[in-house]
Design a protein around this ligand. Sequence first.
Ligand SMILES: *Cc1c(COP(=O)(O)O)cnc(C)c1O
Length: 235
Amino acid sequence: MANQSSSITENWAKIQERIARAAERCGRRADEITVVAVSKTHPAETIVAAYEAGLRHFGENRVQEWESKQPKVADLDATWHLIGHLQSNKARRAAHLFRRVDSLDDLALAKKLHAAADAEGKCLPVLIEVRLGDEETKSGVAEADLLSLATSIAPFAHLEFAGLMTIPPFFDEPERVRFYFRKLRELCDDLSRKLSRALPVLSMGMSHDFEIAIEEGATEIRVGTALFGPRGFVA
Ligand SMILES: *Cc1c(COP(=O)(O)O)cnc(C)c1O
């Protein structure tokens, strides 16, 4: 455990340096960028170690996995994000267990989350996940359907539509992903104009490409491997 905490602390320092350099290159402030520590497949103890190292936002991609870890970290004053595909039959549990849903991609799901948030008496911030590139297997709403989904959920009183998220296609060479990050930012700006409301969150960039995402305007990056090391075999 001691070893693990010291490597998380070291990794976190390196990530902060990378963020600072990227922000400097494009004239942004490093503190404008929120880091979501992606703790999927890692045990609750690892989340505690990261919290102690200074991380305050965590991302999990499966409701069930989070349900089993959550009781062990319930005392931590952190923001818990759902970042993975959500099936609508788990909407109620997700609305209860997470502080924000970053992967909303469907109106039926939005309605269920809204009803669940209403029942909990809370307002659940959400991001719409956009599928860029045409990988049919991936989650996220198609670009062509984004405006319609955003327009439908904007009036939901118990959902707070805060911005967009994407997982771009994977390239060995991170520079090739710039196009997708720029695209998401343009979609977000455009949507913000059309809906006449601020959409402050742009969640994009992971361990191997977050510098480029920052240069393209990410306000939030999601970092797993660079912080925690390789994941185990749990998908
Ligand atoms: C796993 C995951 C990440 C983190 O990826 P790394 O390459 O390990 O940094 C980010 N976002 C989502 C949605 C993920 O599922």
